[in-house]
Design a protein around this ligand. Structure first.
Ligand code: ZN
Length: 673
């Protein structure tokens, strides 16, 4: 375990930082975890066999437009937009032709989908999918080969070639040059790890070398990413070469990984520092987290996807450097986000205008809540767990996974939500494709990496973070291989069995996460609160463990031997959740949750739901419906109508809304005593 108190840094730091502890743990490599779970496995099968193909097909223009904007576009162009034609045009030497398919960030969406597909290939090898991706990579590499510098951003090349990175009067917030480049780097790292192939990695390194040469402190260009994300991507490229120095020889390109790390830090630290004279650049404002120096920012502001992905980069640099300024800044962002700005479903970004975070406690039911923003917050909170080994971070990852992540894709796997408000009068319709189809690729990135988030480890301990049926191989520092097997019907049932099988008996610690809601702490800052009469329990080989929960975990240190068994019992019966009184818009309302799942009333089951209120003392019952919505727990109870009639209430998981019909739905119900 790498544990370090950072007080020692305080004396030489210009800003006073409170004591922050870094307590690092590592997620497992994807190849060391296999999911076998009644909740997740069928879904993963759908995403692996259908969704990933669906997204690639639609990026290739194979879709029937179901939105007016796309119908109009097809009528005007005579065809649907195809992201790959852009690469072909650039490969053919075209420049400034004013013909480009899709938004400027279409390249980035291709790369993100490749990353998600790469991770799926590790869990579910698929020669057909791999061949398809290799074909795409050839087209991307051909586009790069047309430029002597290795620059590849099809929008800028085809529309405004003189304005690379938003220079010369361009705007990278629109062009997304640096964002696209970061996503390429990320895809290349994941595809190399999945397949051992280096073609895309060579493209990424050539582009990264060009960026490192062009962008940075004076006399280089003062450019920051117009959209967060590339910060973490460059840290990942740095980590790859740090961990595999021999890989450099395979590429036939110069690689100095320290340059990639320096560029990531530059992109963070240049925000809020605009430069002067020839080096000056425009202030991108809080929309792009550029309103003040990042390491002085106390709150998470601006465009929610940009903000959460940039925060993930800050956490990645904190992991690498353990620099207290980075650890503190990441913590400030997280505390503000989770304590004052996060929706009960894990949704982020209250405001449609600017797709932004709202003010503290501004959490209206009709909020915007882009799928990508919740997923960005999920990546961020996972990095925080890695940095500080506290289960509260996984609590919030879990909130996102079972709610605002899953709601983003239809149960059939080929229709999507961009916005995920907590209430709708019936207008929130799942779409086939969007003029900005950013959410499906983000979705694929998160669900494909999910196996690696189930457990974490240090040299001498194992962390059980998520309750997902799975088998994992973990190597501890005494060269002991531990096999861990988890069996559960979570989230529908609260029993989790974890078999711990070390190759040979030895002493180590297994940390089992006990979710906040299972111990009366719905949210670490009481943004939401709930109470359950029954607590969680943990047994080892049938004997109850009385250890207190510390930092979100029960730590079990003992001599482990083959056949040892941990049994966790979590109170997943329905509970009512109240909002913090500071949230004006949902004052006096209650939401239904069970385990990590937030429930919603949908019009198809509750014809007059806009007239419903709920008695806080009413009994809520759970029923598992195998044939409904892919198999879900339904919650039934009694509601009161506005004219004081009792009617039965049926709630389904929020993530399953909009799959039978597009009807009204709501999460928060007025309480009636
Ligand atoms: Zn999106």
């Amino acid at each position: 375990m790498k544990s370090l108190s950072l007080l020692a840094f305080l004396c030489c730091s210009s800003t006073i930082f409170a004591q922050v502890t870094v307590n690092m743990i590592n997620p497992l490599k994807l190849e060391n975890v296999k999911i076998d779970d009644p909740f997740w496995s069928p879904k993963l099968k759908t995403w692996d066999t259908k969704t990933v193909y669906d997204v690639f097909d639609k990026l290739e223009g194979k879709y029937d437009p179901d939105r007016k904007d796309l119908i109009d576009e097809k009528q005007k162009w005579g065809r649907t937009r195809n992201a790959f034609l852009n690469f072909d045009r650039v490969a053919a030497g075209q420049k400034s032709t004013q013909v480009h398919d899709g938004p400027p960030w279409y390249d980035g969406l291709v790369y993100e989908t490749i990353r998600g597909a790469a991770d799926l290939l590790i869990e579910y090898p698929d020669a057909k999918l791999e061949k398809k991706i290799d074909g795409y990579i050839n087209r991307i590499a051909a586009a790069q080969a047309a430029d002597p510098d290795g620059y590849v951003n099809t929008y800028t090349t085809l529309m405004m070639p003189g304005k690379r990175w938003g220079t010369n009067g361009g705007d990278d917030k629109w062009q997304h040059d640096i964002y696209n480049s970061g996503m390429l780097v990320d895809a290349a790292v994941h595809y190399y790890k999945a397949t051992g192939k280096t073609k895309l990695l060579a493209v990424a390194v050539k582009l990264s070398n060009y960026m490192c040469q062009e962008i940075g402190p004076s006399p280089k260009k003062n450019r920051i990413p117009g959209h967060g994300g590339p910060e973490e991507d460059m840290v990942k490229l740095y980590w790859l070469f740090k961990q595999e120095p021999d890989l450099k020889k395979k590429l036939n390109l110069p690689v100095d990984e320290n340059n990639y790390y320096a560029l990531a830090k530059f992109w963070i630290e240049a925000r809020g520092n605009y430069g002067t004279g020839d080096y000056a650049r425009t202030n991108d404002s809080s929309y792009n987290q550029d309103h003040m120096p990042v390491l002085q920012q106390q709150t998470i502001e601006g465009h929610a996807v940009r903000a959460t992905l940039m925060a993930t980069g800050v956490a990645a640099v904190a992991l690498e450097s353990q620099d207290p300024r980075y650890v503190e800044t990441a913590s400030h962002y997280w505390d503000n986000m989770v304590g004052k700005r996060m929706f009960i479903t894990g949704g982020e970004g209250a405001l449609a205008q600017g797709e932004r975070f709202g003010a503290d406690y501004f959490l209206p039911e009709s909020a915007y809540l882009e799928t990508c923003a919740a997923i960005g917050a999920g990546f961020f909170t996972q990095r925080m767990n890695q940095l500080r080994a506290d289960g509260k971070y996984v609590d919030e990852l879990e909130r996102i996974l079972y709610n605002n992540l899953l709601s983003g894709v239809s149960l059939q796997g080929d229709k999507y939500f961009y916005e995920n408000p907590l209430t709708s009068a019936g207008q929130n319709k799942r779409w086939t494709w969007h003029d900005c189809p950013c959410c499906p690729p983000m979705f694929l990135k998160m669900v494909s990496i999910l196996p690696s988030f189930i457990y974490a480890q240090t040299d001498s301990s194992v962390y059980v973070n998520l309750f997902i049926g799975s088998e994992a191989r973990i190597k501890l520092n005494h060269q002991n291989n531990i096999s861990v097997k988890q069996i559960t019907q979570y989230p529908w049932k609260g029993n989790v069995q974890v078999d711990i099988n070390p190759e040979r008996p030895s002493t180590f610690t297994v940390h089992v996460r006990i979710p906040g809601w299972a111990g009366g702490k719905e949210n670490p800052f009481d943004l939401y609160s709930s109470h359950l009469p029954q607590a969680a329990s943990v047994k080892v080989n049938g004997k109850e463990i009385k250890t207190a929960v510390t930092n979100g975990y029960v730590a079990i240190r003992r001599d482990w031997k083959k056949g040892d068994k941990i049994e966790i019992s979590l109170p997943v019966q329905p509970r009512l959740v109240s909002p913090n009184p500071a949230i004006e818009t949902i004052k006096g309302k209650l939401a239904i949750a069970a385990g990590p799942v937030v429930f919603s009333l949908e019009g198809i089951d509750n014809p007059a739901l806009d007239q419903y209120s709920i008695d806080p003392n009413s009994t809520l019952k759970t029923e598992y419906k195998k044939d409904l919505l892919g198999g879900v727990n339904v919650i039934r109870g009694v509601a009161m109508t506005t004219d004081n009639k009792q009617v039965s209430l049926t709630a389904i998981p929020f993530y399953a809304i909009g799959n039978r019909t597009t009807s009204a739905y709501t999460v928060w119900l007025p309480a009636k005593y």
